[in-house]
Design a protein around this ligand. Sequence first.
Ligand code: ADP
Length: 334
Amino acid sequence: MIQLKNVSKIYKRNGTETEALSNVSLQVNKGDIFGVIGFSGAGKSTLIRVVNFLEKPTAGEVFIDGNDLNTYPMSELRVLRKNIGMIFQHFNLLNSKTIYQNIAIPLILAKENKKVIKERVMELLRFVGLEDKADSYPNELSGGQKQRIGIARALATNPSILLCDEATSALDPQTTNSILQLLQKINEEYNITIMIITHEMSIIQKICNRVAVMENGKVIEEGNVLDVFGNPKHASTKNFVRTIIQDELPETIRQKIPEIPGSKLFKIDFTDKTNTVINDLILKFGVRVNIIYATMNEIKDDTVGHMIIQLAGNSINEAISFLQSMDINAKELV
Ligand code: ADP
């Protein structure tokens, strides 16, 4: 659906060059809620803006439904952009226009007739739960309501892709959740592919199915959200994941670990296999298993968990060989 191949973007300003994107390749599939996470300056905004060619890449190709945007003349790019809605951190509503007029703008630009515009705007207002605000002005609305209007405007031309540029960063946590639920509803009910850029891992955790991690203009890790959260590879990804999943042993708990000569500490994944493995450790190998620490986190419709256990007993070496042969990512902690 969206494919970037070796995309680079260099900004030139006052004789200095900034490489905002460096050889980025990624693919967003139809129906994905694809998250791009990174710190400020990582290149996320540039990335999302090359998807609709608001920024033209310095090198590389962007394909939408298999079509190379480099080959599009301006007139076709305008048609393409009707198929790609976008929402923004600061909503970008026109304060001098009513809510109705704001949502109608893309339809007026598309030269739709008044009856079609009215039906569509009212349908969108119902969809975002703000039918009673048609005649209000943006400054009469809360942040969450403004973003709902931003979303309604972005959906006006029936796009198949929605780009979200830090769309919840200006909102409180409760409002953020309600906007995320609305995005999920849009994805499910309208089958719209969503690409979200954010610096908050909790956004990825709540609604994305796939994620790319960006640093210094590069995608440093990419994959299914559950895989990336469960087993992050790159140091920066680990740091992002740790903002959600505490997988390290807190020092206060470490100090309380019983002192058993010859015992060993292991970190294991907390999956549906873990209980069976622990039972086997106890029953087959006769070792003592103390559960020192455990975490479990909801990731979209699934869970990721870790457990830190202490093993002790005569057959500890056999037990450890068994533990390490099981598919629960056992690692010794020293
Ligand atoms: P992010 O969205 O992750 O914060 P950006 O894509 O906004 O990252 O920026 C990536 C880099 O490109 C930064 O160093 C930024 O200063 C630079 N940059 C972004 N837009 C421009 C621009 N229009 N002109 C010059 N430099 C820019």
